[in-house]
Ligand binder design. Structure first.
Ligand SMILES: *Cc1c(COP(=O)(O)O)cnc(C)c1O
Length: 594
């Protein structure tokens, strides 16, 4: 197996992590293009966070699971029917061992966990070690050996076992390795059981049911929680019976006693909320929405970002290394892209566009035209993301394409294997695309959306399209990758776009409406009357590309985001600092929430 990413090395087998201050826990982390340890946006964000931590020298260590069979590889037949296959990899022939095992009591039996270490290496050589927990250990119950095989696979029982390994196993591993982190960051509720791990370790050798409110508060002072979606399916819930079966009576009674049972269920979001000193959403609007979902807790907001060096196309990297070399450790220097001719930015983007079309031809045999306006839409296929909205009215779309002298749309996205609604959306797009066969319009859905394809699509198309049902797109990060590469967005005012949209400068907003027909119409109107005229003006379009980088690339990156986590969440200078970033209620937010 070869590594496409350079942020990996085989350094010293014994690595001292005892001085690490922040422990970052995530069920998925996109570490390398060749490792299937992520599913989508959450894992990308986690990986980008660690890459920025490495570049900017943050004292951090990370925990995840090994996912020996990955998420899945997507196959689509001619009708758009999705099938899946495992992505099997072998950590023993890929990564150094952590040289540490721990034993955890769960399901009323012992399980031994080992771990593999992946080093994320920053621009100045600072390393963030990531430990991937692995249950495939000789002597474990044969069923248990498969508990770290499938990311988001199996039923709720399997999932709770995985979350127990992540949270409780992760804390015990860190302690075994000599690390007592000052701050534990839960990247989504999947990791919430780390709080119980901390409580258990604090009380040991006394049993956890001896915990007092003072003990619980001490844990709370050390924990930070980021919630990532208002969609109910994103908030894991488990039955009380399952909780007791897997965690046992002692931990379960502690969870109950500290009021972490919500509506009769073990709710990972409430567990995380209960034990966190700082809670945040992933964009300003999402913070506001989350505040309304959890009125009894104070919810802040830190807007997501992307790791610039990961998502910038090579030609841009070379240009910026020459013109603004400090960008690699400090993304604020992107602002000085205004010192580079807009036409050079435009020409640099054209290289990415051609590369994307070369990839399309290699994969499908189809030839796309680099002179024609090309829209991109690629995301996890969840119903609220409405991948099919742009195809709502074929006649209207064809009319627009004719007036424009041509229009190309590239799409991609995986549906979770158990999400039949998502799968039927993909089939629907294939059906619609087949009917749209027209000399001026091309719609193509590419197979197996992943890191590589995400990179090529976001940096190669002309406009990045985003049509979620507001306010369900908590942040979205693909549009940020596009912006960094000089690609404007055409998007509903949701997630990050509320903060990133300067009309006709960094892109366009699609007015929001509840009515689906009207929503598609608004999209077509913008495309025809705002996007198309600007595209015809090569000078203005090139300037727009530059605005995207200067205004949005400078802000929507994980260097800035992580800086905010450090100063507002991990190590606030005082309580007043932590309180001062409370959500400002914008009119947009008000409009959504009434
Ligand atoms: C960036 C990325 C995502 C997340 O993008 P969204 O805009 O949040 O949908 C998902 N999957 C892949 C492969 C990505 O590169």
């Amino acid at each position: 197996m070869s590594f496409a990413s350079s942020s990996h090395a085989y350094p010293n087998p014994s690595f001292d992590i005892s001085d690490r201050k922040v422990a970052y826990f995530s069920m998925e982390i996109a570490l390398s293009k060749s490792l299937p340890t992520y599913s989508g946006g959450l894992g990308m964000l986690a990986g980008d966070t660690l890459r920025s931590a490495a570049d900017t020298g943050v004292s951090m260590v990370a925990i995840s699971l090994v996912h020996r069979r990955g998420y899945f590889e997507q196959h689509l037949d001619a009708a758009g029917q999705q099938t899946e296959s495992d992505v099997v990899w072998s950590p023993e022939s890929t990564l150094p061992s952590a040289n540490q095992t721990i034993t955890l009591r769960m399901q009323n039996r012992d399980i031994t966990l080992c771990a593999w270490r992946f080093d994320v290496v920053g621009v100045t050589g600072h390393v963030i070690p990531v430990f991937l927990l692995d249950a495939d250990v000789d002597g474990n119950d044969p069923w248990d050996q498969h508990l770290t095989d499938h990311l988001y696979g199996g039923d709720t029982y399997y999932r709770l076992c995985q979350e127990t390994i992540l949270g409780l196993g992760g804390i015990h591993l860190l302690h075994a390795l000599g690390c007592q982190p000052e701050v534990c960051h839960m990247n989504e509720g999947h990791a919430a059981l780390l709080t119980i791990g901390l409580l258990e370790a604090r009380l040991a050798p006394s049993p956890i049911y001896a915990a007092t409110d003072a003990d619980a508060d001490a844990i709370k002072q050390r924990c930070v929680f980021t919630t990532h979606t208002p969609v109910p399916a994103g908030h894991d819930k488990f039955g009380i019976d399952q909780m007791i079966q897997i965690l046992g009576h002692e931990r379960s009674s502690a969870i109950e006693r500290f009021n972490c049972i919500h509506n009769g269920l073990l709710n990972m979001t409430y567990l995380a909320l209960r034990f966190s000193r700082y809670v945040n959403g992933v964009a300003m609007l999402h913070g506001k929405v989350s505040q309304q979902m959890f009125p009894e807790y104070q919810v802040h907001a830190i807007t997501n970002g992307v790791h610039a060096a990961t998502w910038l196309a090579q030609p841009f990297q070379q240009l910026f290394d020459k013109e603004i070399p400090s960008w690699r450790h400090d993304n604020q220097y992107f602002r000085s892209v205004y010192g580079i001719e807009a036409s050079i930015i435009d020409a640099t983007h054209a290289v990415s566009k051609q590369r994307l079309f070369d990839t399309v031809r290699q994969r499908t045999g189809l030839q796309f035209d680099p002179d024609i306006l090309t829209l991109g839409f690629a995301r996890r296929v969840a119903t609220y993301k409405r991948a099919n909205l742009v195809l709502y009215s074929p006649e209207r779309l064809i009319a627009i394409a004719e007036r424009l002298g041509g229009l190309q749309i590239l799409m991609a996205g995986k549906s979770h294997p158990a999400d039949n609604a998502g799968k039927s959306i993909i089939r629907g797009i294939f059906t619609a695309a087949a009917k749209l066969e027209h000399s001026k319009l091309r719609v193509l859905y590419l197979e197996n959306y992943d890191w590589e394809l995400g990179e090529q699509l976001t940096n190669g198309v002309d406009v990045w399209l985003n049509t979620p049902l507001r306010p369900y797109e908590a942040s979205g990060t693909s549009g940020m990758k596009a912006a960094l590469n000089g690609v404007p967005s055409l998007s509903i005012m949701d997630g990050w776009w509320v903060e990133g949209c300067a009309e006709n400068i960094t892109g366009w907003c699609i007015e929001n409406t509840e009515d689906e027909v009207a929503q598609a119409e608004y999209l077509y109107d913008k495309l025809e009357n705002a996007v198309a005229p600007l595209y015809r003006d090569k000078v203005l379009w090139a300037e727009m590309r530059r605005h995207c980088i200067a205004m949005n690339g400078t802000f929507f990156n994980t260097h800035r985001m992580l800086g905010q986590y450090v100063s507002n969440a991990y190590f606030p200078a005082s309580a007043s600092v932590a309180a001062s970033d409370q959500i400002v209620t914008s009119e947009v937010a008000q409009a959504v929430l009434v």
